[in-house]
Design a protein around this ligand. Structure first.
Ligand code: ADP
Length: 242
């Protein structure tokens, strides 16, 4: 697959929490249009990387450059406005609010709407595109799990991001929902979205990712095509726990 120029560059990133080195001298690049996987055992630093990219944490060392802007040190809102959106490992919904009311603020924030009703219309269209036309006015608390996940995705996409960060977005889905979820991610890729995904299911990594890195104790221990990386002896050793 032919992918474009560098969209995001992570350079020698380090993050510690007390005595724990969560991310250790980590560098990688994400190219426009690719689906980039971050895999590794629990506690290897994957979520911390997303938190650093989205500005929730500040690194101790290193920098992150997004389309020519150094984003390290910027606030999460600023980074979102520059075009990086994310979903969280645990869905963050307000049970009493309708789906439309979840997505509309993000559409307003993105700044492409002329008015509140325009933002609501954009939000409605996005929900429809994600297969949620029937739930536009339904309170989020009444949705089943995959639809709550879709809602989170809609909220992230309403920001019209250039880069979408998915933190175990497929986790907790049953096998048939998983297929729907993977198709959804593929359709986003088909529309040119650049995606970083943290994923535990190797089947999903193989199917979805153009490239991936493997982390262990905060460090990158492998990088490349999923098929190659998942055969790597060091990677197998880390996963099997020796
Ligand atoms: P992963 O996403 O690969 O499971 P994390 O990035 O969540 O790993 O965690 C990496 C390490 O950093 C773990 O040892 C974890 O306990 C620690 N850690 C992550 N976030 C915090 C935090 N906010 N405070 C203290 N320790 C943290």
């Amino acid at each position: 697959s032919s992918h474009g120029s560098t969209l995001l560059e992570v350079r020698s990133l380090r993050k510690t929490f007390g005595g724990i080195v969560a991310v250790d001298d980590l560098s990688f690049e994400i190219r426009e249009g690719e689906v980039f996987g971050i895999i590794g055992p629990n506690g290897s630093g994957k979520t911390t990387v997303l938190n650093l990219i989205s500005g929730l944490y500040q690194p101790d060392r290193g920098e992150i450059v997004f389309v020519g802007h150094k984003i390290t040190g910027k606030a999460p809102e600023e980074i979102a406005r520059l075009g990086i959106a994310r979903t969280f490992q645990l869905v963050r919904i307000y049970p009493a609010l309708t789906c439309l009311d979840h997505v509309t603020p993000a559409a307003l924030f993105a700044g492409h709407a002329r008015s509140l009703s325009d933002a609501r219309e954009q939000a409605r269209q996005l929900l429809e595109e994600l297969g949620m036309a029937a739930y536009v006015h339904v309170p989020a608390g009444q949705l089943n799990f995959i639809d709550q996940k879709r809602l989170e995705l809609a909220r992230a996409l309403a920001l019209r991001p250039k880069l979408l960060l998915l933190d175990e977005w497929l986790a907790g889905l049953n096998p048939s929902e998983m297929l729907i979820g993977m198709e959804l991610i593929e359709s986003l890729r088909g529309r040119g979205m650049t995606i970083v995904l943290i994923e535990h299911l190797m089947q999903a990594v193989r199917r979805l990712c153009d490239r991936c890195i493997v982390m262990s104790f905060g460090q990158k221990i492998a990088e490349g095509l999923p098929g190659e990386v998942l055969r790597d002896r060091e990677v197998v050793r880390v996963y099997l726990g020796e």
